[in-house]
Design a protein around this ligand. Sequence first.
Ligand code: CNA
Length: 254
Amino acid sequence: MVGAGISTASGIPDFRSPEIGLYSKLQKYDIPYPEAIFELNFFFHNPKPFFALAKELYPGNYRPNATHYFFRLLHDKGLLLRLYTQNIDGLERVAGIPPAKLVEAHGTFATATCTVCHNQFPSQDFWTDVLADRIPHCPVCTGIIKPDIVFFGEQLPQRFLLHVTDFPMADLLIILGTSLEVEPFASLSEAVWSSVPRLLINKDLVGSFAWGPRSKDVMLLGDLVQNVEKLAELLGWTEELRSLVQQETGKFNR
Ligand code: CNA
């Protein structure tokens, strides 16, 4: 399970970190309160702030870091049952984790839907408009096209239901870079059997790791990338992780 904290090393601010988090930087979008940027009522009143944020998060602007590639390594080794992410930056896909191994619980910019006629559109149909500071409109009915990002009060994607079978099958749950404050995602951390170890890698103690830790819980607190590298070292994967990062970063530089 991962959250915004895994992408801060890629240059994307998280929500809640004081001063540097997105919520503290949203004043420039002229919104009444930070959460409004992901509320449908506000979106229909004024979609510009959301699309300005979307432009900032444009997939080409950021690159995965060692944390994303650690999950790619888990996948390459056949050890990843599923990666549940709250992130909407798409960096898990960029890192080469196949969509079938992903549950993008809060949606994705990879597809979009017309808010009026519900026609679906591939991402290239709206990025041209978003990058040119235009609000994307449906060619069929002229309604506003909204990227398939889950707003407050909206249903999570169908794939989220995979948790019903995934979590009872897991033999280890790794939780990274999340404040475990947003439901229903946060409660997934309780969905593995109590005999299953849970490893939290985060700056601070969060969720039930703080208020009701289990006997098999392990917490690695501090900088995420450093601790992921430490875990890779304990597993004897330092070289593999390093060369994967180098090989994949090389693709961007070509
Ligand atoms: P959050 O509430 O902002 O929590 C992030 C957590 O990560 C906090 O506990 C931080 O202390 C921790 N953290 C941040 N940077 C580091 C670091 N370098 N080392 C160690 N720990 C660190 O974010 P959540 O994901 O829990 O909140 C859920 C929201 C945030 C979801 O709806 C996301 O869509 C949304 N979000 C996503 C992105 C993104 O896609 N990259 C960015 C900002 C917000």
